[in-house]
Design a protein. Structure first.
Ligand SMILES: NC(=O)c1ccc[n+]([C@@H]2O[C@H](COP(=O)([O-])OP(=O)(O)OC[C@H]3O[C@@H](n4cnc5c(N)ncnc54)[C@H](OP(=O)(O)O)[C@@H]3O)[C@@H](O)[C@H]2O)c1
Length: 301
């Protein structure tokens, strides 16, 4: 998400600073460990920061289940957001935080989840992200929390890039069809956040909001669409770098076929009525955004 925030804020009249826990090659980045409250306070004071957009988190859902990791996951997903909230409260600023559809999942929902629905996480990742939301709310800071789902982009490791690779290298593939949600192009979320900041729409609108692309699909449908778009965009030049994607047979399967340390939500579609009505945001259909991302990956090299 941080990479997309860099892209959408490029050229803004406001000043944006980017931080990470490590040095990022070829990007201007200030080193900041958000588990350290004093380090956050210093950066906020030195740079007169009024708004923080927190894209950092522990995001390895399976890895979060290892008992020895609990303390670290809770630190990153719950304590660090609290630190950011405390630092922003002290200067009367705004904290914008990204949360997840995985705060839901414990009940068999079949209608899109609204913001006020009680969180029922099924694993440590979702539970600690829920704690992060609660800590921010309890701090008394001005905040916007955006819960999103199934994030992908041109950057880092994500489902779209994994499936582009697998459909070009494997003769067949099984993907679960009993987990349903909505993919979200991280660029679209970053753009929505940027518009809210630039147009000062956050004023008087503190709270939790849901954002994903429009529509609903299973991970199986998502994979089939990734493959279809890749085949449509293929040229002899792209085939040299990315291979060809049409020969892989993709089959639907049940979650039980992929033993996992964590039970993932069967239905975690987010209802976006509130964000659309409050901020006047137009949301793209998931396949339209997916086409843009795969185009950027395959053709814009
Ligand atoms: N990915 C999804 O499908 C998904 C779905 C719903 C919601 N979300 C939420 O969306 C947000 C962004 O997710 P993402 O997929 O973009 O995550 P990501 O690629 O895993 O990025 C998380 C970032 O946090 C950094 N970080 C880790 N520990 C830190 C620390 N102590 N101080 C400062 N930075 C630290 C990481 O640095 P290193 O790379 O050096 O570790 C990494 O750059 C997260 O809040 C996540 O919970 C993600």
């Amino acid at each position: 998400m941080g990479n997309e925030m860099r892209i959408v804020t490029n050229g803004s009249a406001d000043k944006y600073l980017f931080t990470d826990v490590i040095e990022i090659d070829s990007c201007k980045t200030i080193i900041l460990d958000i588990t350290n409250l004093d380090a956050i306070r210093n950066i906020v004071k030195q740079n007169d920061i009024k708004i923080i957009v927190n894209c950092a988190a522990w995001t390895n859902v399976d890895g979060a289940e290892a008992p020895e990791k609990y303390e670290l996951v809770e630190m990153l997903n719950a304590k660090a957001p609290e630190n950011l909230a405390i630092a922003m409260k002290e200067v009367g600023g705004l904290l914008i935080h990204i949360s997840t559809d995985y705060v839901f999942g414990g009940d068999p929902y079949n209608t899109p989840c609204k913001e006020e629905q009680v969180g029922t996480p099924t694993g440590v990742y979702g539970l600690t992200k829920l704690h992060g939301e609660q800590n921010i709310q309890a701090s008394g800071v001005n905040y916007l929390i955006f819960r999103t789902s199934w994030l992908y982009s041109e950057f880092g490791k994500n489902f779209v890039k994994t499936m582009l690779n697998l459909t070009s290298t494997k003769p067949q593939l099984k993907v679960v069809f009993d987990q349903v949600g909505t993919p979200t192009y991280a660029y679209d979320l970053a753009k929505a956040i940027f518009d809210i900041i630039e147009q000062r729409k956050y004023e008087g609108n503190t709270g939790i909001y849901h954002f994903s692309n429009e529509g609903v699909c299973s991970w199986y449908d998502f994979t089939k669409m990734i493959q279809k778009i890749a085949v449509e965009l293929e040229t002899p030049e792209t085939a040299e770098t990315f291979g060809t994607h049409g020969d892989c047979n993709v089959f639907p399967c049940h979650s039980e076929e992929f033993p996992s340390p964590v039970k993932r939500p069967a239905f975690s579609v987010l209802d976006k009525t509130k964000i659309k009505e409050t901020f006047g945001i137009k949301v793209s259909y998931w396949t339209d955004s997916l086409k843009k991302c795969i185009y950027n990956l395959m053709r814009k090299q």
